[in-house]
Design a binder for this molecule. Sequence first.
Ligand code: SF4
Length: 315
Amino acid sequence: MATNSKIEWTTHTFNPWIGCTEVSPGCAHCYARDMMERRYHRVQWGAGQPRSRTTADYWKQPARWQRQAQANGQRERVFCASLADWLDDEVPIDWLADLLKLIETTPHLDWLLLTKRLEHWSDRLQAVSRLTHDDATIASTWLEGNAPVNVWLGTTVENQAQAERRVPRLLALPATLCFLSCEPLLEAINLLPYLSTVADANGTCALESNRLHWIICGGESGKEARSFDLQWARSLREQCQTAGVAFFFKQTGAHAIDSSQSHPVRRSLQDPKGGNITTLPEDLQVREIPTLLQPAPVERSKKQKCVPLPIKEVL
Ligand code: SF4
């Protein structure tokens, strides 16, 4: 549950830098741009505009979360870059090297790395690897096929075209757990070919299955929000149920419709940001989060294989 974030599917949010460039239809009403460029005039969005690194003090927060999680014997999730994209190739490479180092030194935190730019994964990690000259860093070992155990790798899918473009890219990369953010969802999508198979009798779903393990879904927020049909979310919920995959319905957004009904969606069911789960349509009050049974964190030099177990924590 969010404690240091307004986003319900994470515990914390951390922005190593701010700024980005729109890359696909899901970016059309980028809330980060609205806030950081238009409201606070802090960063100019777009190609060629410098990104803004957050302060050294701010960068100390994850170490505090790590100590707290370790002391409590719990794992906590950190959504990385709600105001940027961690694989943005206009970000200085040493910033990315610093981020990966931070991830490496916080093994009790599960870092949720969401991107619309998976095509840059290899080039960016190779550049970090060349910069650090160290073959035991996350970048080097990940490039060799050893996914960091405390990274959940995700991509955004807003329509079927992006699902077909981005999901195969995601599933081709080494990852402890793969997830999708289908927000803002702009049309009905079929993910069945990519969802993980149901766990075996021991509840184990091998990493090698290269399938999605978690789907987050929601409509668009803001004054210019595009329509979101609740039937699209129901379809994804059913696809996930069929495949035994965790499903998280985040929000209806500001312009929800329900094509299964002849009357418009009641305002009481339009909690644009989904802060209160009870205001969501009853059949979409589903907020599952996959949990991993992970081995204790090990030194980076000992390469490890990890096996995600799709045991669900239901909020
Ligand atoms: S990738 Fe994310 S942060 Fe970047 S422009 Fe698109 S929506 Fe905004």
